[in-house]
Ligand binder design. Sequence first.
Ligand SMILES: NC(=O)c1ccc[n+]([C@@H]2O[C@H](COP(=O)([O-])OP(=O)(O)OC[C@H]3O[C@@H](n4cnc5c(N)ncnc54)[C@H](O)[C@@H]3O)[C@@H](O)[C@H]2O)c1
Ligand SMILES: Nc1nc(=O)c(N)c(NC[C@H](O)[C@H](O)[C@H](O)COP(=O)(O)O)[nH]1
Length: 282
Amino acid sequence: MSDISPLSEDDLAFLASYLPPSAQRVTKTQESDGTTSTIKEGEIPFVTLTYASSLDSMIALAPGARTTLSGPETKSMTHYLRLHHDAILVGAGTAVVDDPGLNCRYPGATLQTQPQPVIVDPRCRFEVSSSAKVCQLAADGKGKAPWIVCVEDNGKPENDLARNISIKTDMAALQSSSDSQQISMQWLDILRALKAEGMNSVMIEGGATIINALLLLPNVVDAVIVTIAPTWLGRGGVNVSPAAQSRGGESTNAAWLRQTSWRQFGNDVVLCGRLGDRDTTT
Ligand SMILES: NC(=O)c1ccc[n+]([C@@H]2O[C@H](COP(=O)([O-])OP(=O)(O)OC[C@H]3O[C@@H](n4cnc5c(N)ncnc54)[C@H](O)[C@@H]3O)[C@@H](O)[C@H]2O)c1
Ligand SMILES: Nc1nc(=O)c(N)c(NC[C@H](O)[C@H](O)[C@H](O)COP(=O)(O)O)[nH]1
């Protein structure tokens, strides 16, 4: 018996226009390091960015603290969204701290309709072992074995618990960089690799590093779905707040949501929208 209740028809209608594959993709993107690349139509999956936030824009009480923000209704929404995506992606930080299952428990989900769990982990921080929840669920036939996005020739040896998705990364440049702990992959490379593996839609669930980076990539992200829980986590939490931007030497908002819709789910609010310039049409 699933712990996830089905959503109402009105809830489903509210979410419908933000689900893949309804959004239109723009063909240009700008990576946060300033390089511009062209995305060909259909070259990367439909990307949904989704997370749960407090009223002070925190997603966890502290780095390293698993923090439940979503109530039962928004948890159901997350599992409904998982049902509609080919893959769910999280960063290594989330995988290590939360030990997430990354499967779909929405009523009616089958092994075939389970999303593919993907963990971005170029420094091999997440221990792929039979005690990891994502691996346990796969062993029990309740989810798929995870894919680990790693640096080419630098991933952990593969076994039947997980598969590596290798991304070509300029290690020589990285080794000479001042921050040798940081291995930064381009999102387009990660998403192209997932598309090449047949993933047409990816739900990106965090954590903060990934959310803050993707909020600056409006032409990569097709839909943003944020759960807002009626609580303040307080200072010292893990904050969603993308890097400030400047245009023509003047500081400007880091990101805007346009085509927004809001709805109450239980005690939480769900905000859906698309990244882009400020919406002045309403
Ligand atoms: N409330 C929510 O919705 C929610 C969702 C997810 C995570 N969280 C919380 O967020 C916290 C984790 O956040 P975080 O920022 O530490 O971790 P994260 O999950 O964003 O992972 C960051 C790591 O992922 C890898 N990574 C990310 N982008 C990369 C790139 N472009 N190239 C190469 N590697 C990349 C790196 O190893 C990086 O250190 C935890 O406390 C977790 O509980 C909350
Ligand atoms: N929507 C949402 N609400 C929350 O309150 C919360 N903490 C997360 N966090 C997202 C992150 O990916 C978690 O790790 C998974 O929510 C774990 O859930 P599963 O074990 O995969 O079912 N997400």
